[in-house]
Design a protein around this ligand. Structure first.
Ligand code: SF4
Length: 421
C-alpha cells in the first residue's frame, strides 16, 4: 500500500484503463464519505495486488504532467492510504515496514532526506520491543512510551497543524503518532517523485497515444463532467470570429473553411460541432451558426447538395443529436488529438491535424494568421509530422510567451480552454 517500486511485466491496455478508472471512482467516493456506493470491481483495489499497484502508478504518471490533476489525485490517494492504515492488522503493519525497507533498497539516493526518514522510521518501529508495544493493549491513543525523531521539513502538514513537538529542527514522533507520520511521509514521498519524473513523463505520454488517450479521458471525467475548476468555453455565434484566434489550428482551419465555402464534409462537421458544443456554444447558437452558412450557396468544388432550406429537419435533428437531445441521447465528446490525427483518410475530408497531415504551404498560411513571418519560419524548422502535439504545444507557447509553464496538448478543446484560462 506504500508503493515505491512500480510493478514490471506485460498487461493489456484495457486492464490498465480499468485499474485507473475504478481506482478514481473509488477514491472519489471515499473522499465524499460514501465508499459503499462503489459499483466497480474491488478486485482492482486489493491492497498489494498488481492491479492496485498499476492503478496507483499509472495515476502517478498521469498526474505528474498536470498540477491540477496531481492536486486532485494526491488528496484522495492519501486518504485511501490513511483508510487502509486505520484498518491495518498487526501482521500487515509489520509487513508494511518490511515492504518499505525492501523497496527502499531501490533508492538511488539512500541518504536523501525523505528516503532516509522512511528507512529510519520503519527500522525503528519494526524493532521487536517497539513493534510488540505498538500492537499491544497498552498502546493507547496518546501513548508516548517510545519515541524517535524526524526532520521537521519532511512532514510540513503535521508541523503546520502543530501535531508534533519540535526540538532543534526535529519533530518528536511518539509511538501514538506513527500512522499520522506515515501518512505525511506518503504524501511527501509521492510529491517528490512526481517532481522528479515530470519531464520524462511528459515525453512518455506524448509518445504513447494510449496514455495520451487515458490522460484526456480521466481529465475530462474529473474536470469537465464535474465542472469543478476549469473555466468553461464561451463560444457564441456572435463572438466566434473573434474567439477563433484562441482555437487550435485544426479548428481554426475548419472555421475558416466553413466561412469561405459554406460547407464541411460529414466528419469535419461532426468534430467541429462537438468542439463548439464543448467550447460553450449553446444549442440555439449552434443551429443559427450552421443555418447561416448552409443557407448560402456552396462554393466548394465537390457536388455538395446539402442546403439548409431543403434539409432543415435533417440538420436540426443532427445538431440536436450532437447535443444529446435525439436518438440514443449519447453525450458525444469533442475529439482528441489522437482522433483528429487518425481520421483524415478520405480525400473528401478537409479536417485533421494541420501539424500532421497538411502540406507545408497550407500549414504556413494557417500559422501566418497568428504569427509573424520570423516566428513562422523558425517554427517550421522545428516541426515534425511525427509529433504533431509537440508542434502544437510549441505554437501555443509562442502565442503565450508570458506563460512559462510547459503544456501537453491532448485535444483541441483542452488547447482552447488553456488559451482562455
Ligand atoms: Fe488540433 Fe491537436 Fe493538432 Fe493541435 S495537435 S492542431 S489541437 S489536432
Amino acid at each position: 500500500m506504500f508503493y515505491i517500486k512500480p510493478p514490471t511485466g506485460k498487461i493489456s491496455f484495457h486492464i490498465i484503463e480499468k485499474c485507473v478508472l475504478d481506482r478514481l471512482e473509488y477514491i472519489q467516493l471515499l473522499y465524499e464519505g460514501k465508499p459503499h456506493e462503489f459499483n466497480g470491481d474491488l478486485e482492482y483495489l486489493l491492497e498489494n495486488s498488481v492491479y492496485d499497484k498499476i492503478g496507483h502508478f499509472i495515476l502517478r504518471l498521469l498526474a505528474s504532467i498536470s498540477q491540477e490533476l496531481f492536486n486532485y489525485w494526491i488528496v484522495r490517494e492519501t486518504l485511501l492510504f490513511q483508510t487502509r492504515l486505520n484498518y491495518i492488522l498487526p501482521r500487515q503493519l509489520y509487513r508494511l515496514f518490511k515492504s518499505i525497507l525492501h523497496q527502499s533498497e531501490e533508492f538511488k539516493d539512500k541518504k536523501g532526506l525523505i528516503n532516509k526518514t522512511l528507512i529510519d522510521i520503519c527500522n525503528f518501529f519494526s524493532k521487536p520491543l517497539v513493534f510488540k508495544h505498538i500492537v499491544s493493549k497498552n498502546h493507547t491513543k496518546n501513548c508516548n512510551f517510545h519515541k524517535t525523531k524526524v526532520r521537521y521539513e519532511i512532514i510540513p502538514d503535521l508541523i503546520k497543524k502543530r501535531k508534533l513537538d519540535l526540538n532543534a529542527g526535529y519533530a518528536i514522533v511518539y509511538c501514538s503518532k506513527l500512522k499520522e507520520v506515515l501518512k505525511s511521509l506518503f504524501y511527501t514521498h509521492i510529491s517528490k517523485e512526481v517532481i522528479c519524473m515530470k519531464s520524462k513523463a511528459q515525453y512518455t505520454i506524448n509518445q504513447d497515444t494510449r496514455l495520451d488517450y487515458l490522460y484526456y479521458k480521466i481529465h475530462s471525467k474529473i474536470f469537465r463532467e464535474n465542472q469543478t475548476s476549469i473555466k468553461q468555453g464561451c463560444i457564441t455565434k456572435e463572438n466566434i470570429d473573434i474567439e477563433v484566434k484562441n482555437f487550435p489550428l485544426c479548428m481554426q482551419h475548419l472555421h475558416i473553411r466553413l466561412r469561405r465555402v459554406h460547407r464541411l464534409s460529414h466528419y469535419a462537421r461532426f468534430y467541429y460541432s462537438l468542439f463548439l458544443k464543448d467550447g460553450g456554444m449553446q444549442l440555439k447558437d449552434a443551429i443559427n451558426y450552421w443555418k447561416e452558412e448552409y443557407s448560402k450557396p456552396h462554393s466548394c468544388s465537390s457536388n455538395c447538395l446539402h442546403n439548409w432550406k431543403s434539409n432543415e429537419r435533417k440538420f436540426m435533428y443532427s445538431i440536436r443529436h450532437f447535443y444529446g437531445l435525439e436518438g440514443s441521447r449519447k453525450n458525444y465528446k469533442s475529439p482528441t488529438c489522437e482522433l483528429m490525427c487518425t481520421s483524415s483518410s478520405s480525400p473528401m475530408y478537409e479536417g485533421g491535424c494541420p501539424f500532421k497531415s497538411f502540406d507545408v504551404n497550407t500549414l504556413k498560411h494557417l500559422l501566418s494568421l497568428s504569427l509573424s513571418n520570423d516566428h513562422v519560419t523558425n517554427l517550421l524548422k522545428t516541426l515534425s509530422p511525427q509529433t504533431p502535439q509537440t508542434s502544437c504545444a510549441k505554437f501555443f507557447k509562442i502565442l503565450n510567451q508570458d506563460n512559462s509553464n510547459d503544456i501537453v496538448i491532448n485535444s483541441p478543446l483542452q488547447y482552447y480552454l488553456a488559451m482562455i484560462n
